[in-house]
Ligand binder design. Sequence first.
Ligand code: ADP
Length: 211
Amino acid sequence: MATNITFHASALTRAERSALTNQKGLTIWLTGLSASGKSTIAVELEHQLLRERNVHAYRLDGDNVRFGLNKDLGFSEADRNENIRRIAEVAKLFADSSSIAITSFISPFRKDRDAARKLHEVPTPGEDTGLPFVEVFIDVPIEVAEQRDPKGLYKKAREGVIKEFTGISSPYEEPEAPEVHVRNVDLPVVEAVRQIIEYLDSKGYLPPKKE
Ligand code: ADP
């Protein structure tokens, strides 16, 4: 670790940045089994936030993270932890910049999600408050996820081709107190997004809806 670095405080406080951009930064952390619907919901959520609420929102998902920032990481336990740690750090930077980060990763372990939460909620030097961390549990029974199986991953996991697959041969630790709990069976995607936006509105995190 570098020792000859110092933390150079920004000329703007977070409150000043929020006032100038007319936006509060935060992270929306989607968690759930593979094929629970995280990506589908993230895409529609991002679109609605941009289109209807005029805020900057950006998705971090397997496609733009695993092929770029984290392309040096594999699927060992240490690499999976590091994957989530880096995603949390990047999401926090987006949130700190007054943007809305939407992450969609299985993130099966409570300790990793709690670490991501703590990273946001504990104030950084020079700030009075932390950043909102909105944990959204995309909840489907394993049987439903396995039946959807759009990429054939559950089938490969059952055949033993993929080792340590979440829900089959590796645990998924359900969130105990998520900010939003979406039961994503027989639910249209717009309804799932409505539930998330309703929570954000209840907290005053979004500017009013455009007329
Ligand atoms: P994840 O990102 O959690 O792996 P995806 O968003 O890729 O999941 O969704 C997995 C599959 O489930 C896709 O084929 C998607 O169309 C479908 N799906 C998502 N949400 C629902 C839903 N509420 N009802 C039925 N199918 C859904």
